[in-house]
Design a protein around this ligand. Structure first.
Ligand SMILES: Cc1cc2nc3c(=O)[nH]c(=O)nc-3n(C[C@H](O)[C@H](O)[C@H](O)COP(=O)(O)O)c2cc1C
Length: 352
């Protein structure tokens, strides 16, 4: 891996662990969604079945650990703990961008560790759209998929992050064509995600036509990459990029809006993410039409210890289960047809 990539990955982890980098002045919009209360659930809390299924893998509830890291000693320890908890709690996970391993195959063990500790778990790999745009070696990608026995590949679209990043590569030419090529030739499901700016209905339609298997909205309201890159630019004394990041820190589609846009437009499963911070947020996202939720920052912050990450999952599960109970849902599927109401300003954010 180039020193620059290694340094950047370490900076991202350290900024995300130590600084306040979640959205301010703008939110996911999920706080404006209210699930209709069912005072007569006609079952016991224990009867609520939270299980779900992702590409044939049964999971204990529809939560995914989203892409965070890979490529360094630190990330190997993080990925080991994340995989350990995914196995223990029966959840799915996506590893961080495979780019470091493309640049330095010696760092591959920071990814394969996840498979070593969790042989039966659904594990996805991840790559950036700008790597695809620059051109990539499909055989190399296939060999990573084989090495890790990966169950899917997610591709991140991050034009804002690349525009702010000091050494960013805002190269997004012919990305859709490359996605279509991977759909046809890689042999595993392709998921396309943002990293915190959301996906619109127009983009969702194009992705569905290109054949992707799921869309992960990664909307505005959680980890804010304009802020992360702005803080990093400041560390490098690059005031122009630091200011650009601050200016664009409210750019994007709030998560609730993006879920609605995508779920009402495409038939492929929609993954809700970007600021999902409780099991109640999860239930709201599913009521809006998402099939799964994913989280990154809370996982990173709990990943130092297996017991801390386990407790985080237990908390999300209890909150999700109680939400289902109060909505009168015995199964996750039933959340789809639960009534809800929406407050302003979310109502006015829904674009026609
Ligand atoms: C430290 C860190 C590193 C990340 N690295 C990646 C990555 O390599 N690839 C990717 O697609 N997303 C990456 N993400 C973005 C997350 O997968 C997710 O889309 C985003 O953080 C929004 O979710 P959150 O608000 O729960 O953090 C990263 C997030 C964090 C916090």
């Amino acid at each position: 891996m180039s020193d620059q990539t290694r340094r950047r990955k370490v900076d991202h982890i350290s900024i995300c662990l130590k600084q306040d980098i979640e959205c301010k002045n703008i939110s996911t919009g999920l706080e404006y969604v209210h699930i209709l209360h069912n005072a007569l659930p006609e079952m016991d809390l224990d009867e609520v079945d939270t299980t779900s299924n992702i590409f044939g893998y049964k999971i204990s509830f529809p939560l995914i650990f989203d892409s965070i890291t890979g490529g360094s000693r630190e990330s190997k320890a993080i990925n080991r703990n994340i995989a350990e908890v995914a196995k223990e709690k029966n959840l799915a996970l996506f590893l961080g961008s495979i780019r470091p391993a493309i640049e330095d195959p010696n760092s591959l063990d920071s990814y394969t560790i996840a498979r070593d500790v969790a042989p039966e778990t659904f594990i996805g790999l991840n790559i950036g759209a700008s790597q695809l745009s620059r051109g990539f070696d499909i055989d190399k990608l296939k060999s990573f998929i084989n090495n890790i026995k990966a169950n899917a590949l997610s591709i991140h679209l991050n034009p804002l992050q690349e525009s702010i990043q000091v050494e960013g590569e805002p190269l997004f030419k012919s990305v859709l064509e490359k996605i279509h090529f991977l759909v046809k030739n890689l042999g595993v499901p392709i998921v396309v995600k943002e990293v915190g700016c959301g996906i619109s209905r127009e983009v969702a339609s194009k992705l569905e036509l290109a054949g992707v298997s799921a869309i992960n909205v990664a909307g505005l309201g959680g980890t804010n990459w304009a802020t992360v890159e702005s803080l990093r630019a400041k560390m490098f004394g690059n005031d122009v990029k630091a200011e650009l990041g601050a200016l664009f820190s409210t750019w994007g589609i709030p998560t609730a809006v993006s879920i609605i846009e995508c779920a009402q437009t495409v038939k492929v499963p929609v993954i809700a993410s970007g600021g999902i911070r409780s099991g109640l947020d999860m239930a709201k996202a599913l009521v809006l039409g998402a099939k799964y939720c994913s989280i990154a920052l809370p996982v990173l912050r709990a990943s130092k210890s297996i017991s801390q990450l386990s407790s985080l999952v237990d908390k999300f599960l209890m909150e999700f289960k109680v939400s289902m109970f109060l909505a009168g849902c015995r199964s996750v599927e039933e959340l789809k047809s639960v009534r809800y109401y929406m407050d302003y300003p979310l109502r006015s954010w829904i674009m026609r």
